[in-house]
Design a protein around this ligand. Structure first.
Ligand code: PLP
Length: 228
């Protein structure tokens, strides 16, 4: 693995967006799970504004410490429904909504905190039994349910395709493509906020951008390998 080079990652994202005919159309979400507030601050000094966290407790400490920097925080971890209140409190975005109960509780909490939360629905695109996300066949009813919550802005879809080995990413590309088709199928059921495809990580963000990603979630390539 090469030494992390945030500026180079940013340039790769921007170049891929440009090649896809969408200059400036892709947000680089720096995934800062397990990283310290100081590491986040160092990236913020280089112009990074969007940070993704998986664990509520760990995130709240960092978000609190960095309040004055006015960063945008995205929750990208598994959601326990008894944590929705604090997730709505601390985060601007939630990428991993996959059931009505969680959406309803996030909406109630967002109302309490007098804010709106931007939301993506996580799709279990490979239909893996243990994995979070709504099954593709159950997506449209869920979208229709969530679209009417007044304190949630339903923005789009999020996926984490299964990592396949030995096929040079062709199957992952296929999953990204299917996700984009699902995104398009849903559009008529949502208002004008429907504009986001959260897909692509360190290993496959360029492919994801070619297939329509508007947010790429990148950890390792920015910060180096995770140790813990
Ligand atoms: C950890 C994580 C990432 C970042 O993965 P890298 O391979 O380190 O870029 C992206 N999305 C989610 C949901 C994650 O949990």
């Amino acid at each position: 693995m090469n030494a992390p080079n945030p500026r180079q990652v940013r340039e790769s994202v921007d170049r891929a967006a440009q090649c896809a005919g969408r200059p400036g159309g892709v947000t680089l979400l720096a995934v800062s799970k397990t990283r310290s507030a100081d590491e986040v601050a160092a990236l913020a000094d280089q112009g990074f504004r969007h940070f993704g966290e998986n664990y509520l407790q760990e995130a709240a400490v960092k978000i609190e410490a960095l309040t004055r920097r006015r960063l945008t925080w995205h929750f990208i971890g598994a959601i326990q429904s008894n944590k929705t209140r604090d997730i709505a409190r601390w985060f601007d975005w939630v990428h991993t909504v996959d059931r009505v109960k969680v959406a309803r509780r996030l909406d109630e909490a967002a109302r309490e905190y007098s804010k709106n939360v931007d939301v993506c629905i996580q799709v279990n695109i490979d239909e893996e039994p243990q994995k979070a996300g709504v099954a593709p066949g159950e997506l449209i009813p869920l979208v229709r349910d969530i679209a009417h919550y007044r304190h949630l802005r339903l923005r789009g879809l999020m996926v984490i395709p299964k990592a396949h080995e030995g096929d040079a990413g062709a199957r992952v590309r296929q999953r990204f493509c299917e996700t984009r088709e699902l995104f398009e199928d849903c559009a008529v059921h949502v208002g004008a906020t429907w504009d986001t495809l959260s897909m692509g990580m360190s290993a496959d963000f360029e492919t994801a951008i070619e297939e329509g990603a508007t947010i790429v979630r990148i950890g390792t390539a920015l910060f180096g390998p995770r140790i813990n």
